[in-house]
Ligand binder design. Structure first.
Ligand SMILES: NC(=O)c1c(N)nc(OC2CCCC2)nc1O[C@@H]1CCC[C@@H]1O
Length: 326
């Protein structure tokens, strides 16, 4: 096979393997057996060994980077990554709705999302390629953890939209991965992680991407920061668009026309929470219409158009789950 043919075959394999990866890690619905995925990964690795000049950063072989970093670079968030005010009961949610109604004339509809208990991250794509990943940090300055975020299999290395778009979400460690990791750590006399959030944060702060690659991290995307075109008019349309682009969005989000509907959603998930295979610490409630979000604006550190309804701490349930699995 000459270089030209190898380049053609590498491109074919890259598209195929990225599709298989998407089906397995985002749709949870693989169309080919693992053996076929492994066989094609073997084939592209061999071709890239024969023709090193043909290796591109989008190749599925490049998910797990090379050398460990010496330190993380700082990243400035041009659009601040804000935190959320809290609500602890239905009345707090009704107060939130009352305040929102004072800030805008049109009727308000909401979007409710499970509040994933992980690490808020920012993913920057340029010309359809993942170019930089960062932690939220203090909201304006985060750390560049691109090489670690690349290792999250459910995160696409390329998307079909070629404009500059910064996507935001929560990186997390699913329960099964957390329990398995702590089992390994205890077998190696290492300190177990207290909870999946700490485990995810600790994994993404490793300077060696090979360590993060072994931690079975996952990610749900829930918003955008910088975006060249900003043509959509609601948050729910954004969630739909992110899914179309191939991002993993949490399937449980719901558009609610009234705050009473929001309260029903919150009560449902307070009961349903133990049946999830990842940690949530509440529900995020957002005003859906983006113009209304702009009208409502922000306080010093959080939006007036969003609030976090907090569930009581889940330590007890986590311990019970460990007992049940041991
Ligand atoms: N953890 C989450 O699942 C989550 C979410 N589903 N949606 C948002 O929306 C942002 C947008 C404006 C302010 C918060 N934030 C979330 O988590 C935040 C990020 C920073 C602090 C919280 O963890």
């Amino acid at each position: 096979m000459n270089k030209q043919e190898a380049q053609q075959r590498i491109a074919e394999l890259t598209d195929l393997l990225n599709q298989y990866n998407y089906e397995y890690h985002v749709l949870d619905n693989p169309s080919v057996p693992d053996a076929e995925y492994d066989q094609k990964m073997q084939e592209i690795r061999k071709l890239e060994e024969q023709f090193p000049a043909l290796v591109t950063s989008e190749s599925p072989t490049q998910r797990v980077g090379g050398e460990p970093l010496d330190a993380f670079q700082k990243v400035q968030h041009n659009v601040p990554m804000l935190s959320l005010g809290n609500a602890f009961g239905a009345e707090d949610l009704r107060d939130f709705a009352r305040r929102a109604r004072q800030g805008t004339d049109a009727p308000i509809s909401y979007v409710c999302e499970l509040k994933i208990d992980g690490l808020a991250v920012s993913l920057l794509y340029e010309n359809g390629r993942f170019v930089r990943g960062a932690t939220r940090g203090d909201g304006t300055t985060g750390e560049d953890i691109t090489s670690n975020l690349r290792t999250i299999r459910s995160m696409p290395l390329t998307i079909k939209d070629t404009e500059t778009i910064e996507v935001r979400g929560e990186a997390f460690m699913p329960h099964q991965s957390f329990l398995k990791l702590n089992e390994q750590r205890e077998n190696n006399d290492a300190e177990p992680f207290a909870n999946p959030r700490n485990a995810a944060a600790g994994s993404l702060r490793q300077l060696d991407p090979k360590i993060a690659a072994g931690r079975n991290l996952d990610i749900f995307l829930y918003g955008v920061g910088e975006w060249e075109s900003q043509t959509l008019s609601s948050h729910s349309e954004r969630l739909t668009y992110l899914k179309e682009l191939g991002f993993k969005t949490n399937p449980e989000w719901k558009k609610c026309e009234t705050i009473e509907e929001v309260i029903e959603y919150v009560e449902y998930w307070e009961n349903e929470r133990p049946n999830l295979n990842y940690e949530i610490d509440g529900i995020v409630v957002k005003v859906d219409n983006l113009d209304q979000q702009d009208e409502l604006g922000f306080t010093a550190k959080s939006p007036r158009w969003a609030i976090a309804y907090k569930f009581p701490a889940e330590e007890v349930i986590t311990i019970l789950r460990e007992i049940e699995l041991s």
